[in-house]
Design a protein around this ligand. Structure first.
Ligand SMILES: *Cc1c(COP(=O)(O)O)cnc(C)c1O
Length: 375
């Protein structure tokens, strides 16, 4: 089997090449590289897709989270609750802004923030909560929002891995991920479910005043050019990236469906295996499988990864070191935090190739070899 990759962007590009190439050429022809009309059109199209009032495109998903936190006007030392089991960006921006990360555990099945652990971590200093829709599955937002609202704490959704996914509330209302928090953030990093051809991100909100503030912060704290009301940053989505995303957004639902079809294939092969637990699909979520992540028990996970590599099958550990144990955060003294589920997951998760172009032959090769290794 030739050239298996965790993410294959080349074949996806091949299917939309004429439209992508024309969109890029159009930007070059117009030379509106910054703030071109594709940027505002993309914002409108994303707002309609996710079902929110305002979308502020920005330079990347990490900036989106940083700008969201800046817009809350917090003081140094204010506490922000996040899961430790996430990509470091969620946490890094908290520390960068002089805020205090407070780590909570995740649910062992869903891998997303455990509302009970979150509730127990709330103090009078808790000023924001950031649930992460990890691997493409929405966190249990009804429970999280209920607890947060009871305490008047704003929720920022980290939707970098789950754009296109949905959440169904207990009353039956189904909404898109990224539409429930006071603010939501996503990333258009190339390998994300909606990826551009470089860096990109966006911030979502339904709150008019918040939208103004987010826009201002992303643009050097100015509403009127050269009149700077507050300290902001410079975070823009390039017009070329916006034009590419405008070609890809109409395909996002089919991309999510392709990922789910690959996940179904994996599930069928692995379900019931004594050494494997297939990803849990929460009844409240439409899982869009940014990653397909197995739990391995009774077999060394790292040995499995090595043996897969020998067969030309890539795999990844997301993430090998939990956030609270990262050296970066040494001074916060979080390394000893009691997060048993996070610790257990870090030792047993493995992610398999997942993208929109996996063929039946590739999936058969991956699943067949993996089952042989475990046999
Ligand atoms: C990718 C990612 C980010 C950051 O996005 P960038 O565009 O790479 O800055 C933040 N949070 C999570 C959960 C991510 O997966």
């Amino acid at each position: 089997m030739q050239n298996l990759q965790m993410v294959d962007l080349k074949r996806q590009y091949g299917k939309i090449k004429p439209q992508i190439d024309a969109a890029i050429q159009n930007v070059i022809d117009n030379t509106a590289f910054i703030g071109g009309k594709d940027v505002s059109l993309l914002a409108d199209e994303l707002a309609a897709y996710v079902g929110v009032k305002h979308v502020i495109p920005c330079a990347n998903g990490t900036d989106a989270l940083q700008i969201a936190l800046m817009a809350l006007g917090l003081k140094p030392g204010d506490e922000v609750i996040t899961p430790s089991f996430t990509y470091i960006a969620t946490v890094e921006v908290v520390a960068l802004l002089g805020l205090k990360p407070v780590f909570v555990d995740v649910h062992p099945d869903s891998f997303t923030m455990d509302p009970a652990s979150m509730k127990a971590a709330i103090t009078p200093n808790t000023k924001a909560i950031i649930p992460v829709h990890l691997y493409g599955q929405c966190a249990d937002m009804d429970a999280i929002l209920a607890i947060a609202n009871e305490h008047g704490i704003p929720v920022i959704e980290d939707n970098a891995q789950a754009i296109g996914g949905t959440y169904t509330f207990p009353d039956g209302r189904t909404v898109k991920t990224g539409s429930m928090g006071l603010i939501s953030c996503t990333s258009f990093f190339p390998s994300k479910n909606l990826g551009c051809y470089g860096d990109g991100g966006a911030i979502f909100t339904n709150d008019d005043a918040m939208a103004e503030k987010l826009k201002m912060i992303a643009n050097h704290g100015q509403k009127v050019k050269y009149y700077h009301e507050m300290v902001g940053c410079n975070s823009r989505l390039d017009t070329i990236q916006a034009a590419i995303l405008r070609v890809k957004l109409p395909h996002l639902d089919e991309y999510c469906a392709a990922r789910r079809a690959a996940a179904d294939f994996y599930d069928n092969a692995f379900k019931g295996h004594p050494k494997l637990t297939v990803p849990y699909r929460a009844p409240y979520a439409y899982h869009v499988f940014h990653q397909y992540t197995l739990k391995v028990t009774g077999y060394d996970r790292d040995t499995l990864s090595k043996k897969l590599a020998e067969k030309g099958i890539p795999s990844m550990i997301y993430y090998p070191v939990p956030s609270h144990k990262q050296k970066m955060l040494e001074s916060y003294g979080t390394a000893d935090a009691y997060l048993p589920v996070t610790a257990a997951l870090n030792a047993c998760v493995i992610s398999l190739p997942m993208h929109t172009e996996l063929s039946k032959e590739e999936l058969e090769y991956i699943t067949g070899n993996l089952l042989d290794i475990l046999a």
